[in-house]
Design a binder for this molecule. Structure first.
Ligand SMILES: [Zn+2]
Length: 197
């Protein structure tokens, strides 16, 4: 499926999370902050993405309310990733869309051939399928991978990246493009302040 934007940054992650946590990363990275393209703004871009990523059934009716909810969930998750990166805990308002998903959705348990227990979202609407994100986050919170999924330390970026550094101390989605840019900006600001002070 082609898009008017052609290339989407989120299609090639330089610091990818392991599956299935990469689904959370993929959702958060459907928007290039602060003013970049939003893959979930226009149904023509959003619906193919939602189907490809399992959040909408092929041929499903995806309404404006569904898209608004997905975008709200995206920002709720981003707020949680800011917290993973050492920022403040997400406020009640920030995570309200995710709470809405939890309130209306349901999960079904199943047993695999070898006795492994699996949980999956029930229902085929977009809000019902978003429950899968909750299941993924829950597993990641238990196995320790959740803390490594972070939002970039550049507050104009907040791109989701998976911190593979040994000490979990990674801060930038990409040191070359994001970390340096921000450091240069802060350096210039300090110089300006020094000159005017
Ligand atoms: Zn960044």
């Amino acid at each position: 499926m082609s898009s008017p934007h052609g290339h989407w940054l989120g299609d090639t992650e330089s610091k990818p999370a392991p599956p299935p946590l990469n689904r959370v990363q993929a959702l958060v990275n459907t928007l290039e902050l602060p003013t970049g393209p939003d893959r979930l703004a226009d149904p023509a871009d959003a619906v193919p993405w939602l189907v490809d990523n399992g959040f909408a059934a092929p041929g499903a009716d995806v309404g404006p309310d569904d898209l608004a909810l997905v975008r709200g969930v995206r920002e709720a998750l981003r707020a949680m990733l800011v917290h993973n990166a050492g920022g403040p805990p997400p406020g009640a308002k920030a995570i309200a869309p995710l709470r809405q998903v939890a309130a209306v959705g349901a999960a079904r348990s199943d047993l695999g051939e070898h006795g492994e227990i699996m949980l999956s979202a029930t229902g085929d609407t977009v809000p019902a399928r978003l429950v899968e994100l909750l299941l993924i986050v829950r597993d990641a919170q238990r196995d320790g991978t959740w803390a490594r999924l972070k939002a970039c330390g550049n507050d104009e970026c907040r791109w989701a990246f998976y911190d593979q550094s040994r000490n979990h101390g990674g801060t930038w989605c990409d040191m070359a493009s994001c970390g340096n840019k921000l450091k240069n900006r802060q350096f210039r600001a300090r110089k300006r302040q020094a000159r005017s002070g």
